[in-house]
Design a binder for this molecule. Structure first.
Ligand SMILES: Cc1cc2nc3c(=O)[nH]c(=O)nc-3n(C[C@H](O)[C@H](O)[C@H](O)COP(=O)(O)OP(=O)(O)OC[C@H]3O[C@@H](n4cnc5c(N)ncnc54)[C@H](O)[C@@H]3O)c2cc1C
Length: 453
């Protein structure tokens, strides 16, 4: 980076917040998986929307592109720059950390883009409300990050995705203009849904600096059930049965025996006494005496091998599910091939068989562990111990099986840099329209070039 660019950035955010020392910048340049390490001339940490705007303008003047970064928990390589020496900065949002008091009348909260999901949930809980997005990366994932990726998470089945939580957004466009769509009202159909457009834009349309999120009414009481079963359709029968009993599904998560055994080796309990091929964790809410309604429903569903249940929060049961990502990363001898996909319920059982068979068919020893938000049809495919040179071919073969089964190559993690070649699963006209939007808002492709396309 030129001295002029460095001086300009330091003048905007203060010298301590323009990081160039390799020891300090390292954690911003490697992604959560450890698969990608990129390069940047500096990591810049603005503290206000105006500073973000000035940083973006300075980058335009000095020919620097920008990789926006929140908590750096993204799993598709979009939060770190590529490994080349093109001039660029990482713009970290972690100092955009202001939180306004919860608006208890209109049930919303205004937060800086760098505020974590856990902090938003804490603020909501203090006034008896809840935040609709929850995910295992909650202590690091940020408001801006969950909107930029349109994150789903464990309560998507109940409250919808991150886009559905957004009432307003403040963001800086590629020319430094501050875009502010900020109304506390629930209904607001004046023109295009620009906040909705920024949701899922993965840092390619704007730097999100503040978000106004809706808050929800928490369930008065809820109950967590884990059912052991040997066939995926039984899980769908169980979910249907619970809903037909008047219960509301708050979360529905799939685990396999391979994942449960891995967690057991690492000190977690097995959820049920009997072992089975699959385990489904379901959190339900509803009228009083939840437990007897659940027990009655379970007895009506054929194919359930064993169950265990307890009133929420049932942390020990949830920890088995939430421990999967970390345990898989720690256990695999190579960086695991992680693919976040969704499948129609009708084709999921056969598709999961084919995806498991794909792992077994490799010439090297490959462990497969699948888990995910089965209520949304969202499965996280993990192939462990795959030698580095074989990873792309295996990932492509798995994603092709997903496409052939009528599914999506990205359920909730996005495209990032990892799945760019799979954008072609959208129709050409669809891709052209998306590119036209990008060209209109960022004609010089300064924001996260190489992400999405
Ligand atoms: C253990 C674990 C569990 C996870 N579980 C889930 C899950 O259940 N559901 C789910 O959807 N994801 C999950 N993820 C993935 C990840 O946590 C989400 O994608 C999350 O939304 C990323 O937020 P972040 O702040 O870390 O964003 P980052 O990783 O920093 O960035 C992600 C993308 O958003 C862009 N971005 C970030 N902030 C901004 C901003 N302010 N303005 C513009 N662009 C921005 C980046 O450029 C990048 O493209 C999980 C990850 C881990 C490690």
């Amino acid at each position: 980076m030129s001295d002029g660019a460095l001086t300009a950035l330091q003048a905007i955010v203060g010298a301590p917040h323009v990081l160039t020392d390799p020891d300090t910048t390292a954690r911003y340049l490697t992604d959560w998986t450890g698969r990608r390490t990129g390069r940047a001339s500096a990591v810049v940490r603005p503290a206000t929307t105006d500073q973000v705007s000035d940083v973006v303008k300075a980058c335009a003047v000095h020919g620097l592109s920008i990789c926006p970064q929140g908590g750096n928990t993204g799993l598709v390589g979009g939060s770190v720059p590529p490994d080349d020496d093109a001039p660029r900065i990482v713009l970290s949002t972690t100092r955009l950390s202001d939180v306004e008091a919860v608006d208890e009348i209109d049930r919303c909260i205004a937060v800086g883009a760098g505020v974590t999901v856990a902090e938003i949930a804490r603020r909501a809980a203090k006034v008896g409300l809840t935040f609709g997005i929850d995910l295992a990366s909650r202590d690091s994932a940020t408001a801006g990050g969950i909107v930029a990726t349109n994150a789903g998470g464990i309560h998507m089945i109940r409250h919808g995705d991150a886009r559905a939580q957004v009432r307003g957004v403040e963001a800086v466009l590629a020319d430094g203009t501050v875009l502010r769509r900020w109304k506390r009202v629930v209904k607001d159909n004046v023109g295009y849904d620009l906040p909705g457009l920024l949701a899922g834009s993965e840092g390619t349309l704007a730097v999100i600096t503040r978000v106004l999120f809706a808050l929800r009414t928490p369930a008065a009481s809820s109950f967590v059930l884990v059912a052991a079963l040997d066939a995926v359709p039984v899980a769908f029968d169980l979910l249907r049965g619970l809903e037909n009993s008047g219960l509301r599904i708050e979360a529905a998560e799939l685990m396999t025996s391979a994942g449960v055994e891995l967690l057991h080796e690492r000190g977690h309990r097995r959820p049920t006494e009997a072992r089975a091929r699959y385990y489904v964790l379901v959190e339900v809410a509803g009228p009083a005496d939840l437990e007897s309604l659940v027990v009655q429903t379970v007895s009506d569903v054929a194919g359930i091998v064993d169950t265990v249940g307890e009133p929420a929060p049932a942390r020990a049961l949830w920890e088995i599910r939430e421990g999967h990502t970390g345990a898989i990363a720690a256990s695999s001898t190579t960086v695991p091939v992680k693919l976040d996909v969704s499948l129609p319920r009708a084709s999921m059982p056969q598709a999961l068989e084919s995806l498991a068979a794909l792992g077994q068919a490799q010439t090297y020893d490959c462990r497969t562990i699948f888990f995910g938000h089965i209520g949304d049809g969202n499965i996280h495919l993990n192939y462990l111990d795959v030698p580095a040179p074989a990873q792309t071919e295996l990932a492509d073969a798995a994603l092709q099986l997903v496409v052939d089964a009528g599914g999506s190559v990205s359920a909730e993690h996005g495209i990032g840099r990892d799945k760019v070649r799979w954008m072609s699963t959208r129709d050409p006209a669809d891709v052209a329209a998306m590119k036209a939007i990008r060209a209109a808002l960022d004609p010089h492709e300064r924001l996260n070039p190489g992400v999405l396309w």
